[in-house]
Design a protein around this ligand. Structure first.
Ligand SMILES: Cc1ncc(COP(=O)(O)O)c(C=O)c1O
Length: 374
């Protein structure tokens, strides 16, 4: 098998046998001639040539047997959960998941008679004690949003395997360049491909990487839900994935430098970044991540989050993450707004917390901008 950077460039590319073009041809049709016994090709069935090309590249990066691509991260998450859960089932979620995931869980699962528990921490012991006879799935996200907490992936995979339940990890923050959970024993890896995989803040997409057996089950749900991706977005995603290793490499280095800079800054109270040796999850992160990623969060001393962000000149206050440009946001006003102050307190998210998605700019320019705003 080729190494990761080579797979980013070449895996899955459709051979252009007719014109010998280097890139995958883009098949924009929604109507395909019915030609063989494999059944009809139709975009919503997730079986067009461009769907297969991108799925093959993502599978090659995650080192899974196969992958599926979706119109958003939430389309992937909802198809996945409704594949493995039915009325009367129970699911265990890690504490501290992406706000949108928790909003979905909170709004949808009980309506369909599905019960859930949120483990009281990221520790596998807490997840184990939340498991019941009816538990079918355990769901984690590491590093987590916005506190960058680390969950021990191997321990969760072992627990799920011992209990005979499906293990799922949202790998959006790390990307397969930094973390490959299938190699650590997880059953299913999820992505909001809107973030690092897409990488240019211009497409919305999602992905699931897993075994052939589980993928066949998810596909049956997915084609009913209809969260498929169009050919042009697929092409943009394929193009973006070719530079994933370069972008993530640079972002890792920038983020580490910025985290160290903020950590010693007199106007900073706290920095959350798993690459710092003082981070409580640092040792576990070192055992399961090759790089620590581009996401960090911090609390300023004596300045509220809004006025701090208004002073920034280069870093833009904006939602989402994983793009080329550095952006920041206040989770209390954006991703975790719906929790309310009490809910955020319960999740350990300070009102003044600022989350930073570090881009590929020059790290010195980014630090100078943070410094002048502080
Ligand atoms: C960790 C994580 N998972 C899932 C999602 C949902 O993805 P999307 O917005 O592409 O539906 C997001 C979005 O911010 C996210 O940050």
């Amino acid at each position: 098998m080729y190494r990761l950077p080579t797979r980013c460039v070449h895996a899955g590319t459709i051979k252009d046998l007719k014109e010998k073009g280097i890139n995958s041809p883009v098949y924009t049709s929604t109507a395909f001639g019915f030609v063989d016994q494999d059944g009809p090709i139709y975009p919503r069935y997730l079986n067009t040539p461009n769907v297969k090309a991108v799925a093959a590249k993502i599978a090659a990066l995650e080192e899974s047997e196969t992958a599926l691509v979706f119109s958003s991260g939430m389309a992937a998450i909802s198809a996945l959960l409704f594949t493995f859960l039915k009325q009367g089932d129970h699911v265990v979620f890690q504490k501290g998941l992406y706000g949108g995931t928790m909003h979905f869980v909170d709004q949808q699962l009980h309506r369909f008679g599905i019960n859930y528990s949120i483990a009281s921490s990221q520790s596998v012991t807490d997840m184990e004690s939340a498991i019941r006879n009816e538990t079918r799935l355990v769901y984690i996200e590491t590093p987590s949003n916005p506190l960058l907490n680390i969950t021990d992936i191997r321990a969760v995979a072992e627990l799920a395997s011992a209990k005979g339940i499906v293990s799922v990890v949202d790998n959006t923050f790390a990307s397969p360049i930094n973390q490959q959970p299938i190699r650590l024993g997880m059953d299913v890896v999820l992505h909001s491909a809107t973030k690092y995989l897409g990488g240019h803040s211009d497409i919305l997409a999602g992905a699931v990487a897993t075994s052939r057996q589980l993928s066949e089950q998810i596909l049956k749900t997915a084609l009913n839900f209809g969260g498929s991706l169009n050919a042009i977005t697929l092409y943009l995603l394929e193009r973006s994935l070719k530079t994933l290793h370069l972008r993530v490499d640079r972002i890792n280095r920038n983020a580490m430098q910025i985290a160290q800079f903020l950590d010693t800054h007199p106007k900073i109270r706290k920095v959350n970044y798993p690459g710092l040796s003082t981070h409580p999850g640092h040792i576990v992160a070192t055992g399961q991540m090759k790089g620590f990623g581009g996401m960090l969060s911090f609390e300023t001393e004596g300045q509220d989050a809004l006025s701090f962000q208004k002073k920034l000149r280069l870093i833009k206050p904006a939602v989402s993450l994983g793009g080329l440009e550095s952006i920041c946001c206040s989770p209390a006003l954006t991703s975790h707004r719906h929790l309310g102050a009490a809910g955020r307190r319960d999740e350990g998210i300070p009102e003044e917390l600022i989350r930073l998605s570090v881009g590929i700019e020059d790290a010195e320019d980014l630090m100078a901008d943070l410094d002048q705003a502080l």
